[in-house]
Ligand binder design. Structure first.
Ligand code: FES
Ligand SMILES: [Fe+2]
Length: 393
C-alpha cells in the first residue's frame, strides 16, 4: 500500500522527480543507452597521457575504456575489450606501452587499435576470420583546454559545440594560460545512484546548511544555465570568513589569469564539474559502476613548473575548499538521500523552488530542473520518470 499519492497533481511535471528513477534497473538501462550513449563523458586530463604510448584506463556505465596517444600524437580512445573473447585488454590505471597485449591468448593491438599480433595465426586459415576486421572498437575522443572526453555514439557533435562557446570561454581562464598537470588524484566508491551527485553539485539550497564554512567564506555569484543541461556560477571568497593563518596560505599563488579570490563552478552535463578556487582547479567526475554504485573521481590541477611548496599550498587549498566539504559534509548526505529515495512508499521528491530562468541565485532549484530538462529530452519522457502515468495534469 502506498501512503503518498502516485503523482503530485498540484505540481507541474518539471517540479518533481519520480523517486523510482534512482533505483529502477529499467531506468538505468535506458540511461546507459540514451543519456550516456549521447553525451561526451570526461575521461582524463591530457597531462596524464602527454607522450606517444602513454595510456590511462577507466570505465564508465559498464564499459572498460582505454585512452592513449598514438604514433601521430593523436588522442585515441578504445573499448578496453579484446576482439577475441571479450577479455579486458589493458590492466592497471596508467602506464606506457608500445602495443597492447591481451592477457588471455596474447592478441596484440597497436596504439592505433589495429590487431597486429595473432598467436597461432595459421589455425584461422579457411575460417573466414580476417585480422583487419578485428581492431579494438574505437570511441570518439576529443579534448578542450586539456580536458579529455570520450563518446560512445557513432557521429557525436564536436565537443566544443556540445559544451558550448560560453562555458568553453569560461574554462579558458585559467586553462588556456598555463601548462597544467594533475597534482593529485583521489577516488571514493559510493553506494549511490549517479544522479544523487549530479544533482547535489547543482543544488545551492543545501549549501548554507551542510557547508557552514562556505556560508561564511564563499559568497555565491549569479549562476547561468546553458543549452544542453550545463551551468556556470561564479564563486567569491570572503577572507573575513576564513581563519587568518589559513587564508594567508590559501590566498597564495593564484593560477595564471586568475585574481586572488576568484572562483567558479562549471557543471557539464551529465555529471562532470570543473571548480576553480583562485589557486587550485578541481576536476570532479564519476565512473558509474551500476545503478547504485559510483566511483567519484577527483583530479586536482596545478602547474607543471610548481615547486613542492606551491604544490603543498594547492593541496591545502583543495582540502579546504573541496575535499573536506565533499568528503565530510556532502558524502553523508549522498548516502542518506540514497537510503531514502529507494523506499517504494514515497513516490516523488520536490524540486519546485524559484523561477525557471537562464540566471538565478544559490537557493533555487532552477539548475536542478535544467538538468532534468536535458535528462527528459534524452530519455524521451514528459516527466522526470519513465512511467507515463506520472506526466500530464
Ligand atoms: S580474449 Fe584476448 S586474446 Fe583471447
Ligand atoms: Fe554540497
Amino acid at each position: 500500500m502506498t501512503h503518498a499519492a502516485n503523482r503530485p497533481t498540484q505540481l507541474a511535471n518539471d517540479r518533481f522527480v519520480d523517486n523510482r528513477v534512482y533505483s529502477d534497473p529499467e531506468v538505468y538501462d535506458l540511461e546507459v543507452e540514451r543519456v550516456f550513449g549521447n553525451s561526451w563523458l570526461f575521461a582524463c586530463h591530457e597531462s596524464e597521457i602527454s607522450n606517444v604510448g602513454d595510456y590511462i584506463t577507466t570505465s564508465n556505465v559498464g564499459s572498460p575504456i582505454l585512452v592513449t596517444r598514438d604514433h601521430d600524437e593523436r588522442l585515441r580512445a578504445y573499448l578496453n575489450v579484446c576482439r577475441h573473447r571479450g577479455c579486458r585488454v589493458v590492466a592497471g590505471e596508467s602506464g606506457h606501452a608500445s602495443a597492447f597485449r591481451c592477457p588471455y591468448h596474447f592478441w596484440v593491438y597497436s596504439l592505433e587499435g589495429d590487431l597486429v599480433g595473432l598467436s597461432g595465426e595459421e589455425a584461422y586459415e579457411g575460417s573466414g576470420f580476417r585480422k583487419e576486421d578485428h581492431p579494438l572498437v574505437e570511441l570518439a575522443c576529443q579534448s578542450v583546454h586539456g580536458l579529455v572526453f570520450v563518446h560512445f555514439g557513432e557521429n557525436p557533435p564536436a565537443l566544443v559545440d556540445w559544451i558550448g562557446a560560453d562555458i568553453v570561454g569560461h574554462l579558458s581562464e585559467p586553462l588556456a594560460h598555463g601548462d597544467f598537470v594533475v597534482v593529485q588524484r583521489q577516488t571514493w566508491e559510493l553506494p549511490i545512484n549517479w544522479k544523487i551527485f549530479a544533482e547535489n553539485v547543482r543544488d545551492g539550497y543545501h549549501v548554507p546548511f551542510v557547508h557552514p564554512f562556505f556560508r561564511k567564506a564563499s559568497p555565491p555569484g549569479t549562476y547561468h544555465v546553458y543549452d544542453g543541461g550545463h551551468a556556470f556560477q561564479r564563486l567569491g571568497m570572503d577572507p573575513s570568513g576564513v581563519d587568518p593563518d589559513l587564508w594567508g596560505q590559501i590566498r597564495q599563488y593564484p593560477l595564471p589569469g586568475i585574481e586572488e579570490g576568484d572562483g567558479y563552478i562549471a557543471n557539464i552535463f551529465p555529471d562532470f564539474n570543473v571548480t576553480l578556487r583562485s589557486n587550485v582547479l578541481s576536476l570532479d567526475s564519476q565512473r558509474i559502476v551500476s545503478g547504485d554504485k559510483v566511483i567519484l573521481e577527483n583530479r586536482t590541477l596545478g602547474l607543471a613548473d610548481d615547486t613542492d611548496e606551491i604544490t603543498a599550498i594547492r593541496r591545502l587549498s583543495h582540502r579546504t575548499w573541496f575535499q573536506n566539504p565533499v568528503e565530510l559534509e556532502d558524502m553523508p548526505i549522498f548516502r542518506a538521500q540514497q537510503e531514502g529515495v529507494v523506499s517504494p512508499h514515497l513516490r516523488y521528491s520536490v524540486i519546485a523552488r524559484g523561477k525557471d530562468a537562464t540566471t538565478g541565485s544559490r537557493g533555487d532549484d532552477n539548475r536542478l530542473r535544467h538538468f532534468w530538462h536535458q535528462w527528459r529530452s534524452l530519455m524521451g519522457t514528459e516527466a522526470n520518470s519513465i512511467d507515463p502515468t506520472m506526466s500530464g495534469s
